[in-house]
Design a protein around this ligand. Sequence first.
Ligand code: PEP
Ligand code: MG
Length: 608
Amino acid sequence: MKFHQMTHQTTVKNLSQPDNSEFGELTLSGRAVSRGVSIGTVLCLHGRKRQFYRRPIEGGATDKEIERFREAVEAAKEQLTNISEGTYGGGGDRARIFETHRLFLEDRSLITQIESMVSEQRVNAEWAVKVVIDKYVSRYKSLSDKHLQEKYIDLEDVGERLLSALGGGSQQGYSLNENTIIVATELNPSTLIELSKRNPVAVVTENGGWTSHTFILARELDLPAVTGIKGLLRAVETGDRMIVDGFSGQVVLRPQQDTAERFAAFKAPEDTFNLGEGDAGALETLDGHSITIRANLDITRNYGAAGRLGAKGIGLYRSEFLFNQNRGFPSEEEQVETYSRIASEANAHGIRIRTFDLSIDQIAGGRLNKEKNPALGMRGIRLSMRYEEEFRTQIRALLRASDGNHISIVLPMISDVGEIRWAKYVIEAEKNALREGRLPCGDPEIGVMVEVPAAVLSIERILEESDFINIGTNDLVQYLLAVDRDNEEVADWFRTLHSSVIESLRIVIRAAERAGKPAIVCGEMAGSPLYVPILIALGATELSMNVNSIARIRHLVANIASEECADVLKKIEKLDDGDAKDEQVREIYREKWAHLVDFEHLLSFRRR
Ligand code: PEP
Ligand code: MG
């Protein structure tokens, strides 16, 4: 059950009185990352790369399940042999380690225990792998011999490999109970996309940041979400009742009847601001500065709502969400169909499609050694250069779909002009090939994501090679401040208003203006009422955001003057970049815009 439009009096904080802890009710505090309040039943997800839950198997189907498991074991062994023999760049000392991993899979006792669990308890192979591997891991951990004890890491690795080989990520065909609340240590965006088709009502995790893709998606899906609750999976079980407050960041486990009743009774139909689908006309600040709002689209939901809310096309379409860990890259035809469909909905305002911004870990499905720093690793344009065939397929699809549609291509993670030139060379070659084959083909503009500090410092050259730029503040903050955007532990260091971020934005926006090239701010910053006045003061005129932010931002922009924004920025720039900055900034906002900004429920400030 979801109640989105609640005022702050309705949040759980006020509902968990009186103290019901003696009845097993437990209130936990985390960080709110997607607005709304829900009550439902917990479904615990397990696994890191491939996420799954305990699923019953019908009597007759256990043999098939065991067969599936045996095939996975063989596939995992083959991968390990390939790695030790160097097929994936292994060899040398590594060979020994992976040979040990292979030997685990030869261990009859381990394999038999997993198979017996499937047949006796009639559960899915993923679940049996988890339970048996966990048991072995704790056994190793309790050994006194340090050397043997450390073997648990290898076992965990083998478990992950097995789960990958099982393709455990696919939840297809299994239904969720009504009002399911997804609970996980960390939730993969692809798992959330798959489960979202079965209408869960909230997400709660131990880890993840406000700008992590999982929570960007949760906000797009209108799913209340809370993260940063340590030890959560030790406290809950599948089937527990739970209330999730995506405003205050509180979660009530096993709520007693009076708490649940108070929760339901406090449902208020009105939000503080009018968030309905509003006037879709031109948008200006009070002093006449025109601001264009576009939509960020990550899943192929229809664009209709964004258009009705006044979005002028799609500023960022994250095409990597079409990649599926079980099915791999989408085919050329599938891509042509998807891109054409969304582009025709966005109509004359157009759509900027970003080429796959994937990491090697996502596409290798556990076959390769994990990268130590995936955010600094083989991802974005670098991965496209490595997997040129797949990139060419995507480019062909984009060129074909842009025939008669307003599509532009955005290249992710650009750090030097050489990468842009390479992509343009490929695009030109594919265009010529399509034309020679007399296939329909458009002539899209080509722009880049500015999201790496190197791109900021070489922005003049980058602009010479680009038709436009998209400023990705999520990664820009991450890389400028060396703060992992997906890591809840360092969320307090993810400082969107750090002076280095403000200065970088100033450099980039001014350079684009001088070059006469459009610049869209499309990170989460562009959809937050706390940051939009700063962006306006810095000269931003185009903002691309989650559909659910559009009404709130329109309301704000239409009721502030850019001069006031400039004053606020001046004050903010005088502040130190320390811990107190957020609260001081909030105070500045309260003085000016308390009537416009819903301070109690804003999610973008660090809060506990
Ligand atoms: C960004 O980095 O700000 C951005 C818009 O892209 P993503 O969030 O997909 O990395
Ligand atoms: Mg990015």
